[in-house]
Design a protein around this ligand. Structure first.
Ligand code: FES
Length: 174
C-alpha cells in the first residue's frame, strides 16, 4: 500500500487536561477587548486552533466573555462541520472528500473506516486512539483516494488497505 512521506504536520493532538484547556482559553480571551457577538465564530476557530477542539470549559468561558449562554454556543458550533467537541485521537485520520477522491471512492473508504473504528467522522474512539476528520482536497489528487494518519499520506487507499492500516496501528499499540 503506497505511503508517502509526511507532508502535513499541522495535526492537533490534545493531550492537555482541563486546567490547561482553561488556561489556554483564558489566554485567548484576555487578548480580546471586543466583546461583540460577531466575534463568536472567529473565537471558536481560534480556540479550536489552539486546543484542537472545543472543550466544555472553553465554551463556558467564551459564553461568559461574550455574554452568550453556553447552550446557544453549542447550537451555533454544531451547525458548522468544522468544529470538534472531543480531542483528537492519538492517531488522527483525515479522509479527503475532494472531487478526485470522491470520484475514486472516498465514500467507501470513509464507510470502511467508520465501521472499523465504530465511530462517525468528527469523533474519537473511547480509548482515545483514533479520530476521524473529513477534509477538503489535500493536494494529492493524482494519488486519490487519499487519507492521512497524523499527517502521513496513504495513497490510493481501498477498503482492504484501510483495514490493514488500522490493524498495523493496533498491533503497534499492543
Ligand atoms: S481531491 Fe483528494 S487530494 Fe485532491
Amino acid at each position: 500500500m503506497p505511503v508517502l512521506d509526511s507532508a502535513r504536520t499541522d495535526n492537533k493532538i490534545n493531550t492537555m487536561g482541563s486546567a490547561e484547556n482553561i488556561e489556554l482559553t483564558q489566554d485567548i480571551l484576555s487578548k480580546q477587548s471586543e466583546k461583540s457577538r460577531d466575534r463568536l465564530i472567529p473565537l471558536l476557530q481560534e480556540i479550536q486552533d489552539r486546543l484542537g477542539f472545543l472543550s466544555e470549559e472553553s465554551i463556558e468561558l467564551l459564553g461568559r466573555h461574550l455574554n452568550i449562554p453556553a447552550s446557544k454556543i453549542y447550537g451555533v458550533a454544531t451547525f458548522y462541520n468544522q468544529f470538534r467537541f472531543q480531542p483528537n485521537g492519538k492517531y488522527h485520520i483525515q479522509v479527503c472528500r475532494g472531487t478526485a477522491c470522491h470520484v475514486l471512492g472516498s465514500a467507501t473508504v470513509l464507510e470502511e473506516l467508520q465501521n472499523e473504528l465504530k465511530i462517525k467522522a468528527g469523533n474519537t474512539t473511547s480509548d482515545g486512539l483514533f479520530s476521524i476528520e473529513i477534509v477538503a482536497c489535500i493536494g494529492a489528487c493524482g494519488l486519490a483516494p487519499v487519507i492521512t494518519v497524523n499527517g502521513e499520506f496513504h495513497a490510493k487507499v481501498t477498503a482492504s488497505s484501510i483495514r490493514e492500516i488500522i490493524s498495523n496501528i493496533r498491533m503497534k499499540e499492543e
